[in-house]
Design a protein around this ligand. Structure first.
Ligand SMILES: Nc1ncnc2c1ncn2[C@@H]1O[C@H](COP(=O)(O)OP(=O)(O)OP(=O)(O)O)[C@@H](O)[C@H]1O
Ligand SMILES: [Mg+2]
Length: 255
């Protein structure tokens, strides 16, 4: 190409990210429960530091997709890559160790262990990361309520405190991504606001996130991009800014 042509040509498009640059890449993933075919070829990718919302009405497959990405449910087709490794069919604990902090629906904390024990047992030193490490001290600074309850049993905490403990545990893993499935479900408005504040802190710290929550407006406000599932298929995706006020989105969510 001549220099003249180059100077009049438009700037070349930004190079597509190679899959190796991405944190999670799901390609045409299928999942079943027995004979029920739940996920029908879902593809989804998440880049380092990216905040992604997963939206869709009840029963559309959000939790199943998350569980399949994390190896907690077996994919019946397609592939999942985490940190540039094919983890399809790999054990969930091995996948988690690649840097995924999971806050499941229902929290999954250990009720018979103290707050401190719950946090310390999840601890993993940071991998080669430029981000400051999450330590017990930093988690307690982020969640002052947990500091006050440090020696209480996990089961003795209120619902909101248990949710904070579940998020604190996920951070103790020094993850590259935090996956939050309905983290604000059933909590009082003040606690809900506190949880979203933490989600904002996580995002600002450069950790990627995958967020499911019924309050889709708040999800849009806290993410870069959203993906909408309908009956186990991705029917819509776009930047969260562009999806604000989208009638198509409202139609899929039935709002
Ligand atoms: N353990 C299970 N066994 C059989 N079917 C299941 C099981 N878990 C979920 N399903 C079914 O799979 C479909 C997808 O469920 P999933 O929990 O993934 O949806 P969801 O989008 O997370 O819904 P919600 O918003 O209610 O959490 C639903 O039809 C549900 O009834
Ligand atoms: Mg769910």
């Amino acid at each position: 190409m001549s220099a003249g042509a180059a100077s009049t040509a438009q700037a070349p498009p930004a190079p597509l990210r190679s899959p190796g640059d991405l944190l999670i890449v799901a390609d045409a993933v299928h999942a079943h429960y027995g004979q029920s075919h739940i996920l029908h070829g879902v593809s989804l990718s998440i880049a380092p530091g990216e905040a992604v919302g997963l939206l869709g009405r009840n029963g559309m497959g959000k939790t199943t997709l998350i569980r399949t990405l994390l190896g907690l449910h077996r994919a019946s087709g397609g592939t999942v890559r985490v940190a540039d490794r094919d983890v399809t069919g790999e054990r969930a604990d091995r996948i988690a160790r690649l840097g995924i902090g999971y806050v499941p629906e229902g929290r999954g904390i250990f009720p018979n262990l103290s707050v401190r024990e719950n946090l310390v047992m999840a601890s993993r030193p940071p991998a080669a990361s430029t981000r400051p490490a999450w330590t017990l001290a930093r988690v307690l600074e982020t969640f002052p309520r947990l500091a006050e309850r440090l020696h209480h049993g996990g089961g003795a905490l209120s619902g909101g405190e248990q949710q904070m403990l579940a998020i604190g545990r996920a951070l103790m893993l020094n993850p590259d991504i935090v996956v939050l499935d309905e983290a604000t479900e059933g909590l009082a408005p003040l606690i809900v606001a506190e949880i979203w504040r933490i989600v904002g802190t996580i995002r600002a710290s450069g950790i990627a996130s995958l967020v499911v929550d019924r309050n889709y407006r708040t999800v849009l406000a806290h993410t870069d991009r959203c993906v909408v599932l309908q009956k186990g298929r991705v029917v819509l995706e776009g930047s969260s800014g562009a999806l604000h006020g989208s009638e198509t989105l409202a139609g899929y969510l039935g709002v």
